[in-house]
Structure formats: C-alpha cells, structure tokens
Design a protein around this ligand. Structure first.
Ligand code: PGA
Length: 252
C-alpha cells in the first residue's frame, strides 16, 4: 500500500465559512509529521467563494486545492455573468477541478456540457477529477456498467492529456446516504473501468477513486478495493478530526 500514490479529495460542497480554515490547517499540521513515508495527494475543494481565501492562507506544501466546477465558457475572461472560467479558478489557487459530479448533473450538466468542461480544464492544465456513477434504479437493474460506459464515451474525447485525468466512481445512491457497495461489487466495477479505459483510451494506469459515504469506519473495507487510487470524501472531510481519522485508518 505504501508504494502507490493515494488521493484523498475533500469535497466541501456548499459548506464552509472563512473561520473553517482551521480544519484545513489542522490536517496540514497532522500530515507534516505523520506518514511522511507514504505517497499521498490531499486536495481540498471548497466552495468557489472560499477557494482563493483558503489557498492564500495555506502554508502547507502537503495540501492542494481544487474547484468544485468550472463554467462552460471561454477559457479566461469575458461577458459571462455568473461564470467562473478555468483560468480564474487556477488564479484562485486551484490545481484540480471536479467535473461531472452527480449533484451538478442533477442541476443540468449533461454529457455535452461535461465534455466541454473537460476539454477546457484540460487546455488550462487543471487536473480533472471526473465523477461518474449509477443511480439506485440502475444499480437495482444491474445496469451500472452500461451507464458508466455511456458517461465515459459521451464525455471523453481521445486527444486529452490523460495524465491530467483522475476518475471518481461515485454511485449516486451512496452519496450522503451511509450506504456503500460491497467489496465484490466494487471490485467488479473497478476492474471493468480499468480495462475499459485501457482498451478505449490507452490509459494503462488509470487513477480511479471511490466516493460515496466514505468514513473512518468503512475505510478499512474500502481500502481493499483493487485498483483503487484513493477517495473522494464529502461530509466526512468537513471536520479535520474525521478526515484525519480516514487517512490514519487507511495507513494503519
Ligand atoms: P459523501 O459525498 O462523502 O458525503 O457521501 C461524496 C461526494 O459527493 O463527493
């Protein structure tokens, strides 16, 4: 477990105030003297309103920042009320961006908008955390693989810099529910994704994360998923104590 890089991505969604920077600071302090021997990448994705503030305040080299979204718009500046471009999130301190999260899909992001966002994030050299996952209905119908194929094939173009792409498998029915798929199911999905990305996009070592109700209690089971490069953590990333416990349990 120690030789590969593991991602721990904190998705704060629509939560946080300036004073909550202290939670991030605590995680930075924890990482500075523990588990130095392990390769890991920690990324905080706060709401857009806090991105610059948090990234400027941060002094830990062990922490990275990401945006939760970018607009479908031109790459830099322009007359687009309410939009934030890839360049602007980069200037705000983001190296990463979440694209395709199911909560954004539920508010109107479709295959085409997601494709455009991926292309412009790629052009701007942002590292993309591309979220995919099936609904409860599709899970029950045993239809997850078809859904995932569609989500990948309709939004990925072939000439992207795939080194900048990280995949996050997040079954929608797991997000914020406390429900987590069993190990057998997850192994099946992860091995499908690995093979599909290799066969169709020549990605030989795809970085695939799991997201959905990750907690300090279930990380010991989740870390057994083969081919899993880390975790996208929502609710349990808001408090340093919970996020630290996830990282600690992963490595012990
Ligand atoms: P959750 O959210 O950990 O609160 O389930 C994960 C996500 O939506 O990225």
């Amino acid at each position: 477990m120690s030789s590969k890089t593991t991602f721990f991505i904190a998705n704060w969604k629509m939560n946080g105030l300036p004073k909550n920077y202290k939670e991030i600071n605590k995680v930075g302090a924890f990482l500075s003297d523990k588990y130095k021997q392990f390769k890991k990448i920690i990324v905080y994705c706060p709401p857009m309103s806090l991105l610059t503030y948090f990234s400027k305040k941060n002094t830990s080299k062990l922490l990275n920042f990401g945006a939760q979204d970018i607009s479908v718009t031109q790459l830099d500046f322009g007359p687009q009320t309410g939009s934030v471009s890839p360049k602007m999130v980069k200037l705000g301190g983001a190296k990463f961006v979440l694209i395709g999260h199911s909560e954004k899909r539920a508010k109107g992001d479709n295959f085409d908008t997601i494709k455009k966002k991926i292309i412009s994030a790629n052009k701007t050299n942002l590292k993309i955390i591309f979220c995919i996952g099936e609904s409860l209905q599709d899970y029950k119908k045993n239809n997850a693989i078809n859904i995932l194929k569609k989500q990948l094939s309709k939004s990925l173009v072939k000439n992207l810099n795939f080194n900048n792409l990280i995949f996050a498998y997040e079954p929608i029915w797991s997000i914020g529910t406390g429900l987590v798929p069993n190990e057998k199911y997850l192994n099946k999905i992860f091995s499908f994704l690995k093979q599909y990305l290799k066969d169709n996009y020549k990605i030989n070592t795809a970085k695939i994360l799991y997201g959905g109700s990750v907690s300090a209690d279930n990380i010991n089971n989740l870390k057994l998923i083969s081919n899993c490069s880390g975790f996208l953590v929502g609710g349990a990333s808001l408090k340093a104590k919970n996020f630290i416990e996830i990282i600690r349990n992963y490595y012990t």
